[in-house]
Design a protein around this ligand. Structure first.
Ligand code: SAM
Length: 458
């Protein structure tokens, strides 16, 4: 890696934050390569497929001995793990320590989906996640990552924070992983380094304050707000917590830290008491720079319950009636599902979150929800890829385990020469994990891997 040049004003500020001696260690860490870490999808695999060390604050996280070529690993495409830097995984520890009730969570700035896949895992079959990304072009990758993760407990939305007004007091947890000046990403992201200036920090802080002003009220009584950035400076971190506390009722939350983790606690005195933030420095932890703070909404704060609507009205979506939902559940081997139809394709959604979903549908731009199952034509299912990689059963289809080379050919969407026993739809698996569908026509096998996801040029 070529030597990293650092803005003198940034050097000065970090010197103040760390002291001169520790600053030298920090600067040396910036010249090193960043570590690679992954978080396993416990619904798909239970052991780390690479040589690595467990990350102490995440039961599914591992720092890898060396960086593998993920693109050529079929398990990566099967949603068996997510490549995520280790500091961010501290959210798992927060959820664990606070035993946050599994309800409805919002990830406000979600793309590409690292923290959303973590929240989706935590919520599993009991909760619902709204993964929002304001930038339209980044919605696609967010959706793709959540489909591959496969838990079907998520709604992907494409909205500006200002559009959430009607959902005040609606969420049990709101995560704001704010767009920031990225000081913690300097060794990973040259753009963050080149873009850095005191004015840019100011601009980011202004944007963060606007976002917090718009969404600080969305947490219901007793719920939690998590604010995080990948930057070190106080303007974008402590100052934002002070702003939040000055505008909305919140109580402080303090985490227990093992000194071995070398995470630094920051006390944030405010008129409402002392709040806490946690800094992760690359010279101390096996991850990148990160800041995170947790706040609790007082129990008596506003709590909005979704209103049950008598009739379901939507320009494109059709709701499937209760009896048909039960019949479909029996046929497919699913449970407690509410189905919707979009362009003749069935979407499965957990029925316990139906009223919440329908309320969200009224105020937000929904890009994806639950799991697309596919179309049914004359009693025959045309199954979707999303169903293949989801954790839902696929009970009436035959499976075929394939080799690594065959899996890569499949993922490149090339023609496959497979000997399959049965004609019709066949689910291909690699190390027992579903990769997608092929259709055996007898004389040839058609590859149904999504064109837009295929591995190119490798
Ligand atoms: N949470 C993501 C993850 O773990 O993969 C990373 C999120 S990144 C730090 C911040 C996100 O905020 C980006 O996806 C960016 O597009 C989005 N963003 C940019 N401007 C925004 C704004 N004004 N309001 C909300 N989100 C914004």
């Amino acid at each position: 890696m070529s030597e990293i040049t650092i803005h003198p004003e940034f050097q000065k500020r970090m010197n103040l934050l760390l002291g001169e001696v520790e600053y030298q260690e920090f600067e040396m860490a910036l010249q090193e390569d960043s570590l690679t870490s992954i978080r396993l999808n416990p619904f798909k695999i239970s052991t780390c497929p690479f040589e690595g060390n467990p990350i102490p604050w995440s039961s599914n996280g591992f720092t890898l001995k060396k960086r593998p070529g993920f693109t050529l690993d079929p398990l990566f495409h099967a949603g068996a793990y997510y490549v995520q830097e280790a500091s961010s995984m501290f959210i798992s520890e927060i959820l664990r320590q606070l035993q946050v009730p599994k309800g409805i969570f919002l990830d406000l700035a979600a793309a590409p989906g690292g923290k959303s896949t973590l929240l989706s895992t935590y919520l599993a079959q009991e909760g619902l996640l709204v993964a929002n990304e304001v930038i339209q072009s980044r919605n696609q990758i967010l959706k793709e990552n959540l489909i591959k993760w496969g838990l079907g407990n998520t709604i992907v939305t494409n909205n500006d924070p200002a559009h959430f007004q009607e959902l005040e007091g609606f969420f049990d947890l709101v995560l704001i992983d704010a767009p920031c000046s990225g000081e913690g990403m300097f060794r990973k992201d040259p753009e963050a380094r080149n873009e850095w200036s005191p004015d840019h920090v100011k601009l980011c802080a202004g944007r963060q304050q606007r976002i917090l002003d718009q969404v600080g009220g969305l947490v219901k009584g007793g719920g939690y707000l998590i604010y995080s950035t990948c930057t070190f400076n106080e303007q974008e971190n402590e100052e934002m917590i002070r702003f939040l506390v000055s505008e909305f009722a919140y109580e402080p939350v303090r985490m227990e830290l093992d000194p071995k983790w070398k995470i630094e606690e920051s006390s944030i005195p405010t008129e409402e008491g002392t709040f806490f933030g946690y800094r992760f420095y690359p010279h101390r932890v096996p991850g990148e720079g990160f800041f995170i703070s947790v706040l609790k909404r007082p129990n008596d704060a506003y709590n909005q319950e979704p209103k049950k609507k008598k009739d379901f009205k939507h320009p494109f979506l059709k709701m499937v009636d209760e009896k048909t939902c039960q019949t479909l559940d029996e046929e497919l081997g699913f449970e407690n599902s509410q189905y919707y139809l979009l362009n003749d394709s069935y979407f499965r959604f957990p029925s316990m979150w139906k009223t919440h979903f329908e309320q969200i549908l009224q105020s937000l731009n929904i890009r994806y929800f639950g799991t697309e199952i596919g179309k049914k034509q004359k009693e025959e299912w045309i199954p979707s890829h999303d169903w293949a990689v989801s954790i839902l059963p696929k009970k009436d289809f035959s499976n075929q385990e394939i080799s690594e080379n065959e899996a890569l050919e499949f993922l490149r969407k090339n023609d496959l020469e497979l000997t399959l026993e049965k004609v019709g739809w066949v689910l291909l698996t690699y190390q027992k994990l579903p990769l997608g569908w092929v259709k055996n026509l007898g004389n040839r096998v058609n590859n149904y891997y999504p064109k837009e996801w295929r591995i190119r040029n490798l």
